[in-house]
Design a protein around this ligand. Structure first.
Ligand SMILES: [Zn+2]
Length: 421
């Protein structure tokens, strides 16, 4: 009797552990065998890792009077020389080539004695694009006065008139927003009860890839909106729009609360942290434009995000319905789907554009429908999930208060439309 009971107990225990073991094994293999679907696009792009050139990090000195340096994250300064008595030349080069024309620069300059000098921005392989922004602390920025700035050499290069002091003056293509700033912002956002902060993976150079997971209650069955930003390092205005957009989703309003109860938002605020900290024009540390890698995921950053999004949708048995990718270009516009592409929430985009149009006086959204050509994130959302997707583009020099206003309106109108779905 005694032995029988013991026997039974042992057996039952063994059965349970075998069952548990099998379950564990199948869970592990489900995770590691999760095979990502890859996709064909009309214009495939080779995205295998390519070599990049690192800038030499140093302090430049001229006659022990004028100094310049690039010894901070987000810097880009490849050489500093004197051209004549009052003119100094900053040379700016990209991480590798061929590359899109986003000649980003960022450096500090100072002088032993207060004096006015000319600083020439010299782009051996490109053409001036960004209005220089000045700062004395690397935090508060303002565009250079238009009277102190002109294009030279048939508009290829730029000449700045600068008052130097012994205090370091920061001169940059855009406000400097490093990976440390993205981390700080994300952790602050994650103090909200509906936000979960996660490091979802590492970049090529082992910087954290941040993921924010926004919803109230249980994620089960909640349709998903994905927000991406900063695949391209200099695209700070798109990043600023993303921050305002996400902050609006977290308001304590009836609309935002109900939205978070019904939907889940996955936010990847800084897709390319290596490129941002290295002061790149466009690429990641693998020398690749990440927004051309959304077919085969050859770069770690894209692969980590694709994995996380696909897993999130699978495990909560929900669908991704909308992907928003924040970028910058010369003007504000929305790259949307062409009319023959019908996502699961078609024609959401048309209603959304109209709602933004109605809500902002004297502004009409510039909707630029585009067919699926290259393996960009917008195409991936459509192919993987039949989701609607837009590339949310902000102009390089769009007034910062308008970026904020428009992003908040866009967030509100998106919530209003989706909540009625
Ligand atoms: Zn971009």
């Amino acid at each position: 009797m005694m032995s029988k009971r013991t026997y039974f107990k042992v057996t039952s225990h063994s059965v349970r552990s075998i069952f548990g073991y099998v379950l564990l094994i199948s869970l592990i293999s489900a995770c590691s065998n999760l095979k990502l679907k890859t996709f064909e696009f009309p214009e495939p792009i080779e995205t295998s890792t390519r070599e990049i050139q690192y800038q030499e990090k140093k302090e430049y000195t001229i006659n022990d009077i004028i100094f310049a340096d690039n010894q901070f994250d987000g810097a880009r300064l490849n050489d500093f020389t004197q051209l004549n008595d009052s003119t100094y030349q900053v040379t700016i080069l990209p991480e590798n080539e061929p590359i899109n024309q986003s000649p980003y620069f960022a450096f500090r300059i100072w002088s032993k004695h207060a004096q006015q000098v000319y600083v020439k921005l010299n782009y051996p392989t490109s053409k001036h694009r960004y209005v220089p922004k000045l700062s004395t602390d690397g935090k508060i920025w303002k565009p250079i006065d238009s009277t102190a700035y002109q294009l030279v050499d048939s508009t290829k290069n730029a000449l700045l008139k600068i008052d130097l002091t012994s205090e370091k003056l920061w001169i940059s293509a855009q406000e400097i927003k490093t990976s440390a700033e993205a981390m700080q912002w994300s952790k602050q956002i994650a103090t909200h009860k509906d936000v979960r902060f996660k490091v979802i993976g590492k970049s090529k150079l082992k910087r954290d890839l941040i993921g924010l997971d926004v919803y109230t209650g249980d994620p089960k069955g909640k349709d998903i909106i994905v927000v991406l930003s900063r695949q391209h390092p200099p695209e700070v205005t798109g990043y600023l729009a993303m921050q305002s957009f996400v902050e609006e989703l977290l308001q304590d309003s009836r609309l935002a609360r109900d939205f978070r109860s019904k939907y889940r938002v996955l936010v990847y605020p800084l897709v390319n942290p290596d490129g941002v900290d290295l002061g790149h024009w466009r690429h990641n540390a693998g020398g690749i434009d990440l927004n051309r890698d959304w077919a085969y995921y050859r770069q770690e950053e894209v692969k980590a995000i694709v994995n996380t999004v696909v897993n999130a949708a699978k495990s909560s048995k929900s669908n991704v319905i909308l992907g928003l990718d924040f970028h910058s270009t010369q003007e504000d516009l929305y790259y949307s789907f062409s009319d023959e592409m019908h996502s699961d929430i078609y024609p959401f985009k048309d209603y959304w554009m109209e709602a933004i149009d109605d809500a902002i006086p004297n502004y009409t959204p510039d909707d630029q429908p585009f067919p699926l050509n290259q393996p960009i994130s917008k195409g991936w959302f459509y192919k993987q999930f039949n989701a609607e997707s837009l590339t949310y583009e902000i102009g390089d020099e769009t007034p910062r208060n308008f970026i904020d206003l428009k992003a908040r309106v866009a967030a509100k109108e998106m919530m209003r439309l989706l909540i009625l779905r």
